[in-house]
Design a protein around this ligand. Structure first.
Ligand SMILES: Nc1nc2c(c(=O)[nH]1)N[C@H]1C(S)=C(S)[C@@H](COP(=O)(O)OP(=O)(O)OC[C@H]3O[C@@H](n4cnc5c(N)ncnc54)[C@H](O)[C@@H]3O)O[C@H]1N2
Ligand code: MOO
Length: 467
C-alpha cells in the first residue's frame, strides 16, 4: 500500500487504513471455507445429483437397468467411503488433497504487536527524542519507550512496550541538535493517531480459531497459511489409488491411425485428468481384448478404483460385463441415460474396490469420467461437492428425447456458453477447444436458458475442485 506513488501523499494513510480495516474484517472471524454444500432444494444442485442424500446403502441393479444421469451421479457419490487420513509434511505433495481435520490456529496471528511500516515507533506527542532501532526478527526490547521518545523501527519488528503509534518514514524527518537527534512530523502530514500503523497481535485470528474447515482442498495458498500458522505437517485424506486398464486390440500407441486401427486417445488423456480430480494413478495398462487377461488384471488389482475403457457394450469382444459377472462383482450402475456414454457402468469388486467401466468412444469415456469417476473420487478423497455452475446458452441445443446430453461448450466474452461442433461420441475436437460440458436435459434447451456446465479441467490446475 505504500508504493512510490503513495509516498508523501497527504491523506493517503487514511485511505490505506480504511482499506486495511476492511480487508481484516471482510471475512469475519470464521474466514471463508470451501464452497458450502448446496441446499437440497436448489434445482441446479438436484439436476447435477449434488443434493444432500441420506438414503440407505446403494443397492445392486439388475443388468441393463439404466438410471437417469443425476441418479447415476448420486449413486457414484454415495458408493465409496472416505479413505484414511495421514499426516504429511508441508509441501507440493499435499496439493489437491483434502484436509481431514480443520486447520486450527496454533497461536494468535500475528503472534505479537508489530510495526506495519518502516519508520519510527513513538510514545506520546512529538517532537520525539530518537534513540536506538528495532529490526524484524529481533526479540522485543526489555526497555519500555517513555513518553516523548521514539525508536527507529522496521516493518514487522516487535513494538517496544509503551509505543502509542508508528510514524511512517516518509512522514517524518530527523534533526540533529546538540542534545541529540529529534524526530518531527513532516508538514503537511498530521501527527500519527494512537494505534496508527500498528499491527496488533491476534488481528487475523486467535489461537484455537478455525482457519479452514475439514474438507478444504490444499492449494498453494493453504500451504502458505498453514506455514504462517506454524504447521510443519497437515493431516489430509489419502489420495484414491486408481489403476487404468485400456482395452482394445485395435489401439496403436504411436504414429498415425492406419490399416483399420486407431490411436489410443484415452491412455494419454485419462491419467492427468484423474490426477486433477485428486487421484493417485498407480498404473495405466493396455490390455488385449481377452476375457482371461481382463479377469486376471481385475482380480489382481489392489486399487481403490479400477477404471476400464472400452468393452462395455455387447460386441463380440466386449468382455467387461462377463468378466464382472465371473468375478462376483456387484453392478451398482449398469447403463446411464446420457449421450454420449450410455453403456458406462460402476461396480463393487468382491475385495471391496470399485470399478468404473467407461465406454471406448473417447467422448463417451469423458462422459463417464464426469458422471461416475469424478463423484467417486471426490467421496474417497474427502473433497467437498463443488458449487454448481450455470451459464446461459448462446444457441438452441437439440436434446435427446429421454436422455441427458453432455455437450462441449466454450464461454464467450459475456460468460455465455457457446455449443461447439465436432461433439460426436468418437470425437475429441470439440472437447479439446471447450471450457466445459453443458448438461442438456432430455428434450433439449433453448438459447438463453441457464444450463449447468461441468468443468472439463482445461484450465484447472492439479489442485482444482474438479467437476
Ligand atoms: N449394438 C450396440 N452397439 C453399440 C451400442 C449399443 O447400444 N448397441 N452402443 C454404442 C455406444 S453408444 C458406445 S459408446 C460404444 C461403447 O462400446 P465399448 O465400450 O464396448 O467400446 P469399444 O467397442 O471397445 O470401442 C468403441 C469405439 O471406441 C474406440 N476406442 C476404444 N478405445 C479407444 C481408445 N482408448 N482410444 C481411442 N478410441 C478407442 C474403438 O476403436 C471403437 O471405435 O458401443 C457402441 N455400440
Ligand atoms: O455412449 Mo456412445 O456414447 O454415444 O458413443
Amino acid at each position: 500500500m505504500n508504493g512510490p506513488r503513495e509516498q508523501g501523499r497527504p491523506g493517503g494513510d487514511a485511505a490505506d487504513r480504511a482499506l486495511d480495516d476492511a480487508l481484516a474484517l471482510a471475512n469475519g472471524p470464521r474466514g471463508s471455507g470451501p464452497a458450502s454444500r448446496p441446499p437440497g432444494n436448489d434445482p441446479l444442485a438436484v439436476a447435477l445429483g449434488h443434493e444432500p442424500d441420506d438414503r440407505p446403502e446403494v443397492r445392486p441393479r439388475p443388468h441393463g437397468d439404466t438410471v437417469s444421469w443425476p441418479e447415476a451421479r448420486r449413486i457414484a457419490r454415495r458408493v465409496g467411503r472416505r479413505l484414511d487420513a495421514r499426516a504429511l509434511p508441508l509441501g507440493d505433495e499435499l496439493l489437491g488433497m483434502a484436509l481431514a481435520r480443520a486447520l486450527v490456529a496454533l497461536t494468535d496471528l500475528p503472534s505479537f504487536d508489530s510495526s506495519a511500516m518502516d519508520g519510527w515507533a513513538v510514545a506520546g506527542t512529538g517532537p520525539w527524542r530518537l534513540k536506538g532501532q528495532a529490526l524484524a526478527g529481533q526479540r522485543g526490547s526489555a526497555e519500555a519507550l517513555l513518553g516523548g521518545h521514539a525508536v527507529r523501527i522496521a516493518t514487522g519488528a516487535v513494538l517496544p512496550a509503551g509505543t502509542t503509534a508508528v510514524l511512517r518514514s516518509e512522514y517524518g524527518s530527523v534533526r540533529s541538535r546538540t542534545d541529540g537527534e529529534w524526530l518531527h512530523v513532516l508538514a503537511p502530514h498530521p501527527a500519527p493517531r494512537p494505534g496508527q500503523e500498528i499491527r496488533r497481535r491476534g488481528q487475523e485470528c486467535r489461537g484455537g480459531d478455525e482457519l479452514l474447515p475439514a474438507g478444504a482442498v490444499v492449494t498453494p495458498a493453504v500451504l502458505g497459511l498453514a506455514a504462517a500458522a506454524g504447521y510443519d505437517e497437515l493431516t489430509v485424506t489419502m489420495r484414491p489409488r486408481v489403476e487404468i486398464l485400456v482395452l482394445g486390440d485395435e489401439l496403436l500407441d504411436h504414429g498415425p491411425p492406419r490399416a483399420g486401427r486407431v490411436r489410443d486417445a484415452l491412455g494419454p488423456m485419462l491419467p492427468s485428468w484423474l490426477r486433477a480430480l485428486g487421484a493417485d494413478v498407480t498404473g495405466v495398462r493396455r490390455l488385449a481384448d481377452d476375457a482371461e487377461v481382463l479377469y486376471a488384471a481385475v482380480a489382481a488389482s489392489t486399487a481403490d478404483l479400477v477404471v476400464t475403457t472400452g468393452g462395455t457394450a455387447g460386441g463380440p469382444v466386449d468382455h467387461v460385463h462377463p468378466v464382472l459377472a465371473a468375478s462376483g462383482a456387484r453392478l451398482l450402475v449398469d447403463g446411464v441415460a446420457v449421450r454420449p456414454g450410455h453403456p458406462m457402468l460402476l461396480a463393487e469388486l468382491p475385495a471391496g474396490g470399485l470399478l468404473a467401466g467407461l465406454p471406448g468412444n473417447p467422448l463417451a469415456a469423458v462422459s463417464g469420467v464426469l458422471t461416475l469417476v469424478a463423484p467417486v473420487l471426490r467421496t474417497l478423497a474427502g473433497r467437498p461437492v463443488p458449487a454448481p455452475y450455470a451459464a446461459p446458452l448462446t444457441a438452441d441445443v437439440t436434446g435427446h428425447p429421454v436422455d441427458t446430453r453432455l455437450v462441449p461448450v466454450v464461454f464467450d466474452d459475456e460468460s455465455a456458453a457457446r455449443p461447439l461442433h465436432f461433439a460426436g461420441p468418437a470425437m475429441l475436437r470439440g472437447l479439446a477447444a471447450a471450457d466445459g460440458m453443458a448438461v442438456i436435459p432430455p428434450g433439449g434447451a433453448r438459447a438463453g436458458q441457464e444450463t449447468a456446465v461441468l468443468d472439463t479441467g482445461a484450465l484447472a490446475p492439479a489442485w482444482g475442485s474438479g467437476t
